[in-house]
Every structure is written in structure tokens, then in C-alpha cells.
Write a protein that binds this ligand. Structure first.
Ligand SMILES: [Zn+2]
Ligand SMILES: [Zn+2]
Length: 387
């Protein structure tokens, strides 16, 4: 069993050391610019009158501090596999969660998985420099996994002056999706080049380059689709009816690993590809809660009732995800793609059946939940980047 720590319960001294174990890549490549961070931190002590009459110099200083410094840059300096769930929602609107996305940081690699609606802004709020993205990986082409692709490609280009397009990996169909978003953003491209300087927004860095991998029809099939230094990304087929193809991913780095299910129902493929991983980030749909919403929506003049019933055939239950984690020997399960949307009060009931059959750590991910998996260790340190 891994040594699982929640940062809020048991702070890890390495987390706050802010030095030493910087290893390869992440910091040297300047991931951690953090522009846009911390405006909410502009609140200062003082009454309303004082706040309404801040001298200009104080306003300037507060803004400079908020935008100039990386947010907790030390989060990424240790040699570790970092996994951040930047979007934990699903297609149904959720005031607590944007659309699905996870980010994996390892060595000099920053790998992004899916681009759900609103996820680009959450990703920016982590303090990561989006122009340093190494690659984007798409699990399938439901709109809740691709609708922020235009924004993500734009920020990769315009926020840091990338000189090459974003590499985008996916199963067959990725060329069509990337071409469509690239076409939709052509006008914006021309405005930005006209408005700024080509040194600021080098035209060569606009858009994305599609890289297709084809795993065939066998549900158990998988392949290494990306390698860079010590980082390896494996794609594997999952079962997400009626969507074909649909894949999940596993990232291995120096003996640590995370498995990301993508959207899926329960299958042996999940167990096989999660085997021995340290962390599983899983799709989830609580069937009892979804059914309750379906019943409640029967008299409404919209599609809510039928949609919440139909989606039950396409997503894994939390207790099934826990079964996968148990059978594969995965010590920590992060539940994401939360369906149906639930208020915080219902998180424990949502996870109750999963906890009943699984002795590992199961928790619902939030937008901004980060798992840090140091190399040469079995620790998994979980913290919240957004408070
Ligand atoms: Zn989805
Ligand atoms: Zn889907």
C-alpha cells in the first residue's frame, strides 16, 4: 500500500522546502510563469472605505505582484510524476466543475489529456505556462472532451509565443477535429498577428498537428503512442458505447504511473491496463443518482429525463471503478467526470458503494486536485491547488 498523504492533513516537508530536488526539465523550461494568477489574492486588510480609495501606487504594486510571480512554483520542482485534474465535470452543467481534463507533468514533459469546456482557463490557473505544453492527448470526440480545443491551441500559441503547433494525439478522427478547430480560429489568428508583433505571436506556432494512432477493434489492444526521455504514454481501447474509437491512457515515469480511463464502462481492458499503477483517474456515473434525476425530469419540457437515463449505458459506476482499482492493485482512485453533478453535501453518498468494496483511498477529484508521486518512493501526496 502506498503511503497516501493528504496535504491538508499531513503536510509533506518536501512540499514546502522550495528548493533542492529540482531535477530535469520542468523548471528549466519555464513552465511556471503563472501569469493571471492571484487576482483573488488582491484582497488586503482594511475596510471598504480603504479598499475604495487605494492609492494608485498600491494598485500597481498589487497587480504586479499578482501577475508577475508563479503560483507555488515549488509544487513542480521535485522529481515526481504530477497529476492535476484541471476539469472534473461532464456534459451536464455543474457549478463546481468545468469539462474534463487532466494534466501530467513528468521530467521536462507537460502532457494534457482532453480539452473539456472551460478547462483551458482552469489549466491557466494552475500557473503552468501553456506554451510549454508538450502534447495533447484526446480520449474520444464527444464534445465535452474537445470543445476547448480551439482555446487550448490558441493559448499554447498566444500566451507564450510557441513557434511550433501543438502536437495532438488521438485515435482515428483526430485529423478532422484538429482541422475543424484550426479553421474556426483562422480569423482570430489574423487579428492577433495584426495586433501584436510576429515575435510575440510567431505565425508558425499557430494551431495543432494531428497525430493519429489506430488500436484496431480489439478491446484489449494498446500501444505506446508517445515517448520522451523517461516518459512513456500508452493508449488502450475502452468501451464507451456508442462511441468508437474511445481510449484511455497510462503514463509511466521512472517507476511511477497513472492510468486515466477516459469515458468507459467496466471492462477487463481497464484492469489489464491499470495493473500495478499507482493512481487511477476514473470516469464515473452514479446510477442511483442519475436514475433519481431521470425520474424527477419526466415531467419537464426538455430532454433531461431521457439523457440522464441513456448515459447510464456509457459510463462506469464508482463501485465498478473501485473494483478495477482493487483487482489491479491500484492504491489510490480519483473519481472524475462526475455524473450526475452533485453538491458537496452528496460527495460521500456518491462514493459510498465504492468505499464499501475497496480498501484503498478513493476520493472525488476537484478542479485543481493534484497528486504528486515522487520517484524512488511509493508516496502519493494529494493537495488542492485552488484552495
Ligand atoms: Zn465525457
Ligand atoms: Zn464520452
Amino acid at each position: 500500500m502506498a503511503d497516501v498523504k493528504r496535504k491538508d492533513e499531513a503536510p509533506d516537508p518536501q512540499e514546502d522546502s522550495g528548493k533542492e530536488t529540482r531535477t530535469k526539465g520542468v523548471s528549466r523550461r519555464g513552465f511556471l510563469i503563472g501569469a493571471g494568477m492571484g487576482v483573488s489574492g488582491l484582497l488586503v486588510a482594511g475596510g471598504t472605505h480603504f479598499m475604495n480609495n487605494l492609492p494608485d501606487v498600491a494598485v500597481e504594486r498589487l497587480l504586479q505582484n499578482a501577475f508577475a510571480s508563479g503560483r507555488d512554483a515549488k509544487h513542480f520542482e521535485d522529481d515526481a510524476l504530477y497529476v492535476i485534474t484541471t476539469g472534473t465535470g461532464a456534459p451536464l452543467p455543474d457549478p463546481l466543475r468545468v469539462g474534463p481534463q487532466a494534466v501530467v507533468i513528468a521530467g521536462d514533459q507537460m502532457l494534457v489529456f482532453d480539452a473539456g469546456p472551460g478547462s483551458t482557463r482552469q489549466l491557466s490557473l494552475t500557473g503552468l505556462n501553456l506554451s510549454s505544453m508538450s502534447a495533447l492527448f484526446l480520449t474520444h470526440y464527444h464534445s465535452d472532451h474537445i470543445s476547448d480545443l480551439g482555446e487550448l491551441m490558441l493559448q499554447h500559441w498566444a500566451s507564450g509565443g510557441a513557434t511550433e503547433p501543438l502536437p495532438i494525439y488521438g485515435p482515428p478522427g483526430v485529423e478532422e477535429v484538429v482541422a475543424g478547430f484550426t479553421a474556426a480560429y483562422q480569423l482570430d489568428r489574423s487579428y492577433r498577428i495584426a495586433h501584436h508583433d510576429e515575435e510575440v505571436v510567431p505565425p508558425s506556432g499557430f494551431g495543432g498537428v494531428a497525430h493519429t494512432f489506430d488500436l484496431g477493434a480489439d478491446l484489449m489492444s494498446s500501444a505506446v503512442v508517445y515517448e520522451a526521455g523517461d516518459v512513456q504514454v500508452i493508449a488502450f481501447n475502452v468501451d464507451h458505447p456508442p462511441v468508437v474509437p474511445a481510449v484511455g491512457f497510462r503514463v509511466n515515469y521512472k517507476g511511477r504511473s497513472v492510468m486515466i480511463t477516459g469515458d468507459t464502462i467496466y471492462s477487463d481492458s481497464l484492469i489489464h491496463h491499470a495493473m500495478g499503477a499507482d493512481l487511477m483517474v476514473s470516469d464515473s456515473l452514479n446510477h442511483k443518482m442519475s436514475q433519481a434525476i431521470s425520474e424527477a425530469g419526466k415531467d419537464m419540457d426538455n430532454n433531461l429525463s431521457s439523457v440522464t437515463e441513456d448515459i447510464q449505458e456509457s459510463h462506469i459506476k464508482p463501485e465498478e471503478a473501485a473494483l478495477v482499482a482493487r483487482e489491479a492493485g491500484v492504491p489510490v482512485l480519483l473519481i472524475t467526470h462526475v455524473l450526475p453533478p452533485v453538491p458537496k453535501l452528496l460527495i460521500n453518498p456518491f462514493l459510498r458503494d465504492a468505499r464499501a468494496i475497496y480498501s484503498g483511498e478513493v476520493r472525488m477529484a476537484n478542479d485543481g486536485t493534484m497528486a504528486k508521486l515522487p520517484v524512488n518512493s511509493d508516496q502519493i501526496i494529494i493537495s488542492e491547488l485552488f484552495g
